[in-house]
Design a protein around this ligand. Structure first.
Ligand code: ATP
Length: 495
């Protein structure tokens, strides 16, 4: 588990305008988050870093931005109407809902519940409960699940030898219902009549938009296999238990590539992409010890996948999926050929044969990537007896690239120089001017959002035409000529 606590990140994100709870003014809407002025920059930079690596730096991938609303038959063809489900269980006692595969099997001990009336002996209530320990049994009593008045003295007593191994409610130990399959797709309607024919789904993955554009892109861009299509966009899943901040939400963004290759070369491409995607996170600053890959067991595989490997990150909630790389075979294109009646085969000029390409899919979440980058970058240290928090983000990802402060706000000449420097730098990268607090506080603000460089204009600037530049991680300061600042920063931001 990461040393950084989730609460620490949540509070930093709220305090510094990175991420707010969705619909905050109305006390929130579960499973949604809003990205604030700093968060939207970080998010855009994560997407830019990905697009740059997979589209601009390569010559075998094209970009796409397909519609979120798609023909309902697409989801019949893809198998999502039938199979995109999670097993849902309800607690019979506290009525809370869980994803059955997220509830751990554990040993639960049976406890009887005893009450003591004023001055009387202990009396068995006839009620029992299951809990992992006496402490959690007591907690259940006070959680309000048991209708035992608070003024009574209550205690629990283990029933010797009665241990249940299995799944019970993680919140109250109550018995769970049998799992029911719950489809995760959000539904809505096109046009004024809300009937079956008008039904559309909000896409639960961006992938299908790519599959249905396979021939459009191949033909217009004159592509030959192997080649890929990349897309970034919103996806929606009616998650049973959205939780863990932006790790699992109901509305999120995905960065997906469908890489089309010749059957038989798929395993090689699969390994290639696992490697590529793993290294992408390292390139943008994730520390190697916090990243690993994990192959899916057979029973874990999605309905379309032959093999799948997750890139996992050591999140504050422990090791969890950051991105999945799946071998989707020819499943999707075959299905769309069948459901659309259109030919989706590829003519291989070399072998003079037709085939449906195989597909390797690296599928990552923008929000999860952000959470990983934030977790990995979070640093706390003591400087001159005071705590300092900073985000050691890769400069490419940093929301604000540079900040400029005048040391004295009552000197208009200094303010003017600082504003002019800000305006000049703004032409090249996102730069902010700030004079709303003492210098120490201004540094702290920028450290906490990961701004790599801060420049201070002081009285000496008037004579030496130079400013002090301070580097975020080392806090080292250097004097640099005003007309050299832009080129110096350029050098630092080079990828
Ligand atoms: P899980 O089993 O955890 O529900 P999944 O394996 O179904 O997830 P994929 O379908 O492989 O997830 O989705 C690809 C990527 O999209 C994930 O690796 C993750 O980064 C992102 N993602 C999926 N669901 C969510 C969500 N609810 N919130 C945020 N990101 C998500």
């Amino acid at each position: 588990m990461s040393e950084v606590k989730m609460e620490t990140l949540v509070s930093l994100c709220k305090r510094r305008g990175i991420i707010f709870p969705g619909s905050d003014l109305y006390n929130g809407l579960q499973g949604t988050f809003d990205y604030g002025p700093i968060g939207v920059e970080l998010k855009n930079n994560v997407k830019k870093a990905w697009w740059r690596s997979v589209v601009y730096e390569r010559d075998d991938i094209e970009g796409l931005d397909a519609a979120i609303l798609m023909h309902q038959r697409i989801w019949l063809a893809s198998g999502h109407v039938e199979g995109f489900t999670d097993p849902l269980v309800d607690c019979k006692v506290c009525k809370k809902r869980f994803r059955a595969d997220h509830v751990e099997e554990k040993d639960f001990h049976k406890f009887r519940v005893l009450i003591q009336k004023e001055g009387d002996d202990w009396e068995d209530t006839g009620k029992t409960l299951y809990a992992e320990s006496k402490k959690s049994a007591k907690a259940q009593l006070t959680s309000g699940v048991f209708a035992i008045p608070q003024e009574k003295h209550i205690r629990v007593e283990p029933v010797e030898g009665d241990v249940f191994h299995g799944k019970r409610c993680p919140e109250c130990g109550g018995e769970l219902t049998e799992p029911r399959q719950f489809n995760l797709m959000f539904k809505t309607f096109i046009g004024p009549v809300e009937d079956e024919a008008a039904l559309v789904y909000l896409r639960p993955e961006t992938a299908q938009g790519i599959f249905v554009n396979f021939t459009n892109i191949m033909d217009t861009m004159r592509r030959k296999i192997p080649f890929g299509i990349a897309q970034i966009g919103k996806s929606f899943r009616n998650e049973i238990t959205p939780r863990n901040f932006i790790f699992r939400t109901r509305e999120f963004e995905q960065m997906e590539i469908e890489f089309f290759c010749k059957p038989g070369t798929d395993e090689e491409w699969y390994e290639y992409w696992v490697n590529e995607r793993f290294n992408w996170y390292l390139r943008f600053g994730i520390r190697k010890e916090n990243l690993r890959t994990r192959s899916h067991e057979k029973q874990e595989l999605a309905h379309y996948a032959r093999a799948c490997k997750d890139v996992e990150y050591n999140f504050p909630i422990g090791w969890s999926e950051l991105e999945g790389i799946a071998n989707r075979t020819d499943f999707d294109l075959k299905q769309h050929q069948k459901f659309s009646g259109k030919d989706l085969t590829y003519f291989d000029e070399e072998t003079r044969t037709r085939y449906i390409p195989y597909v390797i899919e690296p599928s990552g979440g923008v929000d999860r990537a952000m959470l990983a980058f934030l977790t990995d970058a979070y640093r706390e240290e003591i400087v001159r007896d005071r705590p300092r928090v900073y985000l050691a983000l890769h400069p490419f990802l940093a929301p604000v690239k540079a900040a400029v402060f005048p040391l004295l706000t009552n000197r208009p000449e200094l303010v003017a120089i600082a504003k002019k420097l800000t305006a000049d730098l703004k032409k090249e990268f996102y730069t902010v001017y700030d004079d709303t607090a003492a210098i120490g506080k201004l540094y702290r603000r920028q450290d906490e959002i990961g701004t790599p460089f801060c420049m201070t204009v002081d009285v000496e600037t008037l004579s030496d035409q130079a400013v002090t530049i301070r580097e975020r991680d080392t806090m080292e300061q250097e004097r640099i000529a005003l007309d050299k600042v832009a080129s110096r920063l350029h050098e630092k931001f080079k990828l």
